[in-house]
Write a protein of this length. Structure first.
Length: 254
């Protein structure tokens, strides 16, 4: 992992009394919206990216407007060493880690007959492996968080259902794995004050595909609605909520 860049960060360094969060894939889309919401809520934020350096640095600058210390850090979180290094860098920079939000996860849709082994492995690496690597490394730090650590992983609406989805089979299976892993981790870490939950978006305003004719509420979801679910799981109101999946999908895929 390259050295984190603090371009655009507010102040000369982190405020040790502020909680700190790592949001993976936070240069754009849902991850960006989550990172900026946490900055507004009083978190210092590690803004992770893989290739989108300029976009990540713009998020850092925007987070600084909320008084947050934010830093852009590049890493390939499908690589275990880089994922672990990203988590270590977050804790080293801020002196604490209170929340981990795993947003990284590539999407693929197409005929099952054309699904390649490369795409299959990519879906598992970016959605499931990356989540596993960052969570496993973050747990020791989150156990030290005042008031308890928080993990929120991003799923997919309907991933808890055992249902055939030939056009997105690799993605769907990987997201189901994220939910099962999150539940297991929630059970294992409950005694250590860590909550682990999943937010599963449906068709959102920045989704790759938007099958409007399939949406029961006749509209796509908004980014702020997904952010609201993440905020809930990170709030004191959710201290006794763990191992749960919250779908933000307007009854799609139920």
């Amino acid at each position: 992992m390259s050295k984190p860049r603090s371009t655009g960060a507010a102040g000369s360094g982190p405020a040790r009394g502020r909680p700190a969060a790592l949001v993976t894939g936070s240069a754009k889309g849902i991850g960006k919206a989550i990172a900026l919401a946490l900055a507004a809520d009083g978190y210092d934020v590690m803004v992770h990216y893989r290739r989108s350096r300029a976009e990540a640095e713009a998020v850092v600058a925007a987070a600084g407007a909320f008084g947050a210390h934010a830093v852009a850090a590049p890493a390939d979180v499908t690589d275990e060493a880089e994922a672990r290094g990203l988590v270590d860098a977050t804790y080293s920079l801020f002196g604490r880690l209170d929340a981990l939000v795993n947003n990284v996860g590539n999407y693929h849709q197409g005929p099952l007959a054309d699904l390649s082994g490369e795409v299959w492995r990519e879906m598992f690496a970016s959605n499931l492996d990356a989540t596993f690597y960052t969570c496993q490394r973050a747990v020791p730090y989150l156990r030290l968080a005042p008031g308890g650590g928080r993990i929120v992983n991003l799923g997919f609406a309907g991933a808890e259902l055992i249902k055939a989805r030939p056009s997105i089979v690799a993605y769907g299976i990987a997201k189901t794995g994220v939910i099962l892993y999150s539940k297991a981790l929630a059970l294992a870490e409950a005694k250590n004050g860590i909550t682990v939950n999943v937010v599963s978006p449906g068709v959102i305003e920045n989704s790759v595909t938007k099958p409007l004719n399939e949406l029961p509420m006749d509209r796509v979801g908004r980014l702020d609605e997904v952010v609201g679910a993440v905020r809930y799981f990170l709030s004191p109101a959710a201290d006794y909520v763990t191992g749960t999946t919250l779908e933000v999908a307007g009854a799609w895929n139920v």
